[in-house]
Design a protein around this ligand. Structure first.
Ligand code: ADP
Ligand code: MG
Length: 247
């Protein structure tokens, strides 16, 4: 995307934002609460039309594509999981096939493969609302997988999870993206985690992208203090790593 601005209720929220994510790459978007990250994401998944600028996926302006075509290019795992509806996990996953002509047998197969891939193969008939937070997020990743898109967007996919489940989701998404050559852009809260997982990091502040690049170059103490108003100090710290096993 380049030069993207967005307004809500007549107020400018995003100002001339530009970023790119290549296939197979995991990019993170970070920034203080209320700086405009979700609004920016919404212009990419077409929940909001930018007031200026261009959002392209695979070379085409997403806001000019037929709806069905843009849904074949971009999948979203949003912050708020869709209401506690009475759908089964399998039904939620199959919603990812909405932009395609349904082919029941093949779609069942896709659903089974995706559930297997996220470690939920036993949960197909369970009611989605009864899943744990981590399982819900994995089911939504499975739904995104059957959508077979070039771009996967995640808006704070780990915000309700404990640290082990946070790492699990991030590992899963990064592996899938690399394996499928899918571009992934995730809004993340934890700067250390973002730095550990992403290939490219974008920092947003007051509606603008103020830095972008490899995380070790972007996350300088100066930038952190300017954007977050805190002092960043390197100390000996606990580093959490996922133990073997699990998906
Ligand atoms: P972030 O995701 O970085 O926390 P958001 O994009 O959600 O930030 O919000 C950016 C700004 O836009 C905030 O000031 C917020 O209050 C405002 N905002 C968000 N949604 C709406 C809306 N539907 N109508 C008006 N203002 C909104
Ligand atoms: Mg947000």
């Amino acid at each position: 995307m380049s030069g993207v601005s967005a307004r809500l209720d007549g107020r400018g929220i995003v100002h001339e934002a530009g970023l790119r994510v290549d296939g197979g790459e995991f990019a993170a978007l970070v920034g203080p609460n209320g700086c405009g990250k979700s609004t920016l994401m919404r212009t990419i998944y077409r929940a909001l039309r930018p007031s200026a600028g261009l959002v392209t996926v695979d070379g085409d302006d997403v806001h000019r594509l037929p709806w069905r075509e843009s849904a074949r290019r971009t999948a979203v795992v949003a912050q708020e999981t869709p209401a506690e509806l009475d759908f089964t996990v399998g039904e939620v996953v199959l919603m990812g096939r909405t932009p395609y002509r349904r082919v029941p047998a093949a779609d069942e197969e896709r659903c089974a493969r995706a559930l297997d891939r996220v470690g939920l193969s036993g949960a197909r008939e369970r009611v989605y609302a009864t899943l744990s937070g981590g399982e819900k997020q994995r089911a939504l990743v499975a739904r995104a997988l059957v959508q077979e898109t070039r771009l996967l967007l995640l808006d704070e996919p780990t915000s309700h999870l404990d640290v082990r489940h946070q790492l699990e989701i991030l590992h899963l998404v990064r592996e899938l993206g690399a394996e499928l050559g899918m571009a992934t852009l995730a809004v993340l809260h934890d700067l250390n985690q973002a730095a550990a997982f992403c290939d490219r990091l974008y920092v947003m502040s007051a509606g603008r992208i103020v830095a972008g690049g490899p995380p070790d170059r972007v996350l300088t103490p100066e930038l952190i203090s300017r954007v977050y108003g805190v002092r960043a100090v390197h100390r000996t710290q606990l580093v959490f790593e996922r133990l073997g096993g699990g998906p």
